[in-house]
Ligand binder design. Structure first.
Ligand SMILES: Cc1cc2nc3c(=O)[nH]c(=O)nc-3n(C[C@H](O)[C@H](O)[C@H](O)COP(=O)(O)OP(=O)(O)OC[C@H]3O[C@@H](n4cnc5c(N)ncnc54)[C@H](O)[C@@H]3O)c2cc1C
Length: 503
């Protein structure tokens, strides 16, 4: 296929990840002729969406809603699982609290209001879901209790999501032009009517009735990370694709689009200190290490530097990567005893892992590369000796089992580390995606700096600004991509029909 083969479509979607595929399918279902441009070769397509673990946060009112998405749930022992519910109000509260009340309320309302429908839509296109047992609910006294509202994951994560969405594109005969990087928007009298692109390095122009930008954030670009996220952000590892270079942001702002959201903010987690610079699809998201609430974290001085038990990991993991980044040497070690081992997720048992074990803390101290052994032993002694209330440990609730009197207390799940052998996992900062993006309307139209929609230009996914500030609740990114992708695709189809036809 060549650029000429797709030039003149009604809707041209830039990118081939979750937001792009859903935009393309929605535009197709609205009657438009659609094509996608993807900078990556086919085997590296779909950006961060190919790497995702598949957590999917949506409003639900209990098990009946979940059964529509994951009928296999009926075969579980439902008497031993409390899925709870997740209301619109709770979702709103979570978004507000996590973003320090900065998230755009109108966009957030659209996101939340469309979240369950987004799951049904994906299910309708063949995407399978499973309950997030062991990730969002632990077994205590024979019973799983969901604590975070996030009930389901996409079964098979990013690999399944990508394969399923691309199979749907193929069934709809929507072409994807690979190895083609959009580098600029074509601005005709009626609005945006195509892009300038590089197809296998050769410049070309591709005309379209409307354009949807679904080409991700700028997390893959060290120059932009340093420029916007601050010192050392260029040294962070990138958890996913190496292709999200922020070109969509540049093209749109060159065409008059307004920036929005938290441009100096990004989602960043604790990630194996020896992981490669960009994601590796054979490992996927498993370089992450999310069970720190059940242990402690120490830096190069051997000191703790944050409250590991501040909240469930879903509500702290996306900001604690930055805390590791602020430590000397940009690394930390997560330390656990055997009481924690049964709670550790599969990602702690992969082969490519930075792990040390020892029967005593003295032995472990000598093994932790870069850590001051004396400082480490002082930290362990103080942590273990700190007074605690006499309450039972319970990983499904904020159990209030906290230390008292430490410089930084651990405020939940603070069991002493007293059962050898002791295990430690080396982590650094892994950036997931950036928060700064384009200003869009509630219909996913890209707005210019006066607040008016730029005719023929839509955006969805990570490139949209205004949803996340400072922090993020797990499972929101994919939902946002589907909700705004569908709106962008339908809107672009309508725009193309109403005269944004190619010049
Ligand atoms: C390791 C990892 C785990 C994650 N886990 C979860 C999770 O469990 N739940 C969740 O909700 N979210 C998760 N996320 C976040 C989630 O994956 C993203 O929010 C979502 O996939 C973004 O979708 P998108 O379509 O906006 O961008 P992407 O999927 O990144 O797609 C962008 C596409 O645009 C292409 N592109 C970029 N620039 C250009 C250009 N100039 N021209 C043409 N093409 C271009 C890229 O190659 C890519 O295909 C995770 C992310 C990572 C990295």
């Amino acid at each position: 296929m060549t650029p000429a083969d797709i030039s003149g479509v009604d809707v041209l979607v830039i990118g081939a990840g979750n937001a792009a595929a859903n935009a393309a399918l929605a535009a197709h279902e609205a009657g438009a002729r659609v094509a996608l441009l993807e900078v990556a070769p086919r085997e590296a397509r779909a950006g961060n969406s190919a790497f995702t673990g598949g957590a999917f946060r949506f409003v639900h009112h209990g098990v009946e809603d979940l059964l529509r998405l994951a009928p296999d749930i009926a075969e579980l022992d439902l008497a031993s699982i409390d899925f709870g519910t997740y209301s619109q109000e709770r979702y709103f509260d979570d978004m507000g609290r996590l973003t320090e009340y900065r998230c755009d309320p109108d966009l957030t309302e659209v996101l939340i209001g469309g979240s369950y429908d987004a799951a049904l839509w994906l299910h309708g296109h063949g995407v399978r879901f499973q309950p997030a047992l062991g990730r969002q609910a632990f077994k205590v006294d024979g019973r799983f209790t969901f604590w975070g509202g996030l009930a389901c994951h996409i079964l098979g994560g990013g690999a399944h999501l990508t394969a399923t969405l691309h199979a749907a594109l193929e069934r709809a005969e929507i072409p994807v032009l690979y190895e083609t990087m959009a580098v600029g928007l074509l601005h005709g009298d009626g609005g945006i009517d195509g892009v300038r692109a590089l197809h296998r390095g050769r410049p070309c122009e591709i005309r379209a009735g409307a354009v949807v930008l679904a080409c991700g954030g700028f997390e893959s670009n060290p120059e932009m990370r340093a420029r916007y996220l601050g010192p050392n952000a260029d040294l962070a590892k990138v958890r996913g694709t190496r292709f999200n270079m922020g070109w969509g942001h540049r093209m749109a702002m060159d065409a008059g689009a307004a920036p929005a959201g938290h441009w100096s903010g990004a989602h960043a987690v604790q990630w194996d200190m020896n992981a490669p610079p960009y994601g590796d699809l054979t490992v996927g998201d498993r370089f992450q290490k999310h069970n720190y609430p059940f242990g402690i974290l120490v830096n190069a001085r051997g000191e703790r530097f944050l409250d590991e038990g501040l909240d469930f990991h879903s509500y702290t993991y996306a900001k604690y990567g930055w805390e590791v980044m602020r430590q000397p040497g940009l690394f930390a070690w997560q330390v656990f005893d055997q009481n924690a081992t049964p709670l550790l997720r599969e990602e702690y048992r992969i082969r490519r892992i930075t792990k040390e074990s020892a029967a005593t803390f003295e032995e472990l101290a000598a093994k932790l590369t870069g850590v001051d052994p004396a400082g480490f032993l002082r930290t362990i002694a103080a942590y273990n000796a700190a007074p605690r209330p006499d309450v039972p440990f319970n990983p499904n609730i904020h159990d209030g089992l906290r230390t008292q009197g430490l410089a930084i207390d651990k405020t939940n799940w603070a069991r002493p580390l007293d059962t050898p052998p002791f295990d430690a996992y080396g982590v650094t900062c892994g950036v997931t995606f950036t928060f700064g993006g384009l200003r869009v309307s509630t219909a996913a139209e890209v707005l210019d700096i006066t607040g008016a929609p730029i005719p023929g230009l839509y955006a969805a996914g990570e490139i949209v600004g205004g949803l996340y500030y400072h922090n993020y609740g797990s499972g929101t990114g994919l939902v946002a991509g589907v909700v705004f992708g569908r709106l962008a695709g339908a809107g672009a189809a309508q725009s193309a029909r109403q005269g944004g036809s190619p010049t």
